[in-house]
Structure formats: C-alpha cells, structure tokens
Design a protein around this ligand. Structure first.
Ligand SMILES: [Cu+2]
Length: 276
C-alpha cells in the first residue's frame, strides 16, 4: 500500500514540477538569448534535448516493460538463446543515423557561428590583467572607461558588483543595433576569454594570436561580459559592457570620441561606408 502511495506521490511531483517549469520563460537553455548566434545555439540545444529525451523515454519504456513482462515469478524457465542478427543490425544502424543527424546539425551551426560576415564594423578586443581595450581601427577611436560613480547610479548590475569590490574599471563597447560586429580578439599578457552570456559567445583571447568572433544585436540595451579564463587575482572583476544603441546614437557616440581625439566628425554616409 505504502509503495502505491509513494509511486502516486512521485507521479504527482513529476507532473507539477514539469508544469511549473513549462510555465517559465526558459526551462533549461540559456537565459535571455539575444541575436542570431544565440538563436542558433539555442536551436541546437533544444534539438539535442528532444533527441535525448525521446531516447531516454524509449529506453526506459523497454526497460520497464521487460522488467514486468519477463519477471522471474511469471517465467520460471527463461529462454536461453543469444544473438539475433536482424535485431543487432537495427540497433547499430539507428544510433549511427542519430549520430550522423546530430553531427550534421552541429557542424551546420558551427559553420554559421564561425563564418565572419562580409560586411560589418570591426573592433579589436585586447585583454590584459585586468581589463579590456576595445579599439575601433577604422574610426580611430577606443571605448572609454565608464565613469564608475555615474555608472553605479544608473547601472543596477554594476551597483551589485561594486558592493563587493569597487576598485575595478569597466569599459563599454558601443555598437549599433542590427549591425554585424566583427571582433578581432587578442591579449597583451596571459590567456583570457571574452564571454558575453546573453549573446552566447565565448572566445579565448591569447597573447600572440588573433581569434575572431562576430555578433549582431537586434535590440537596444546593455549586455554584460566578463573574462572566462582564470587569469590572476582580479580575474573575477574583469567585467565589460556592450551597449547596443540606435544608428543615430552610435554616430553621435563615434563623433564624440573622435572629437576628444581631435579628429574631424564623420558623416552618416562615411560611417555606412566603413561598415563594408
Ligand atoms: Cu582575464
């Protein structure tokens, strides 16, 4: 009797927790995935989830069926044969096909993620102990440090972080929305990693080597990034921000930086040309 109640309780628990998770915006997967790369990775993740879920359910169903159907009590004299050639061919072929489909889906995603777009803006990312430089070589500007006192008031995430340690600086890469951004990533000292969780990109920044990555942000906002390779004592405070703004605000920001560097402002047409 107790066993029956326990089984019933387990079933109810399973159904209610599944329902609870299904009601949230993401159950598993990535938090707030943004942009084409995040969509692609999410797509592969969900595909793999269902492939494994169906395999799991299928295997468990056969297992439970066999346990009941062929239990010793009902089968005092079990069969003693071994091997079944057609069956063995089937259970080799089906998993092989599943592996090929998973590989095809993964390599297709990898090709998309690793192919730098033909047009876009170029930014050089240079990591160092402990911070980041974001240089825009075509525009002859660099991302400035955030004014931490102002930023702490406006940026909730920064306020939370600086509650633990406020002796670090954050640089803000400003990019226009709906534009391909091509990153050329390197390091000045040790190995770091450029990681932006919401954009689902993570690339090592290695001294003496340039790695590449692209992204495209569809909606305005701030996307927080951090170093994802243990690189020294202040690794945990090696944050940066990517701010996606409208095309007009981007042009304003570029010209403000150029002005501070004593350079002529660029027109909208000149900026558009630099994207190709
Ligand atoms: Cu680092």
């Amino acid at each position: 009797m107790l066993k029956k109640w326990m089984a019933l309780a387990l079933i109810v628990l399973t159904i209610t927790t599944s329902a609870a998770f299904a009601g949230t915006s993401h159950w598993g997967g990535f938090e707030n995935p943004t942009g084409p790369i995040a969509d692609k990775v999410n797509d592969i993740y969900n595909f793999l989830f269902w492939v494994t879920a169906i395999i799991f359910i299928g295997v468990q169903a056969v297992l439970i069926y066999s346990i009941f159907k062929f239990r010793r009590k009902k089968n005092p004299k079990p069969a003693t044969f071994t091997h079944n050639t057609p069956l063995e061919i089937v259970w080799m072929t089906i998993p092989a096909i599943i592996c090929v489909v998973i590989a095809w889906k993964s390599f297709d995603g990898m090709r998309f993620i690793r192919s730098m777009p033909e047009t876009g803006i170029d930014i050089e990312v240079i990591a160092y102990q402990f911070g980041w430089d974001f240089d825009y070589p075509d525009l002859e500007v660099s991302a400035p440090e955030m004014d931490m006192e102002v930023a702490k008031k406006n940026e909730k995430w920064l306020k939370e972080l600086t509650a633990y340690n406020d002796s670090f600086t954050v640089k803000e890469m400003v990019v226009p929305v709906n534009t391909n951004v091509r990153l050329h990533i390197t390091s000045r000292d040790v190995i770091h990693a450029f990681y932006v969780p919401e954009l689902v990109i993570k690339v090592d920044s290695m001294p003496g080597r340039i790695n590449y990555q692209w992204f495209n942000i569809p909606k305005e906002g701030v996307y927080i990034g951090q170093c994802a390779e243990l690189c020294g004592s202040a690794h945990g405070f090696m944050y940066f921000a990517i701010r996606a703004v409208s095309q007009e605000d981007y042009a304003k920001w570029v010209n403000k930086q150029r002005n501070e560097n004593g350079l002529e402002p660029l027109t909208g047409a000149q900026l558009a040309e630099l994207k190709s």
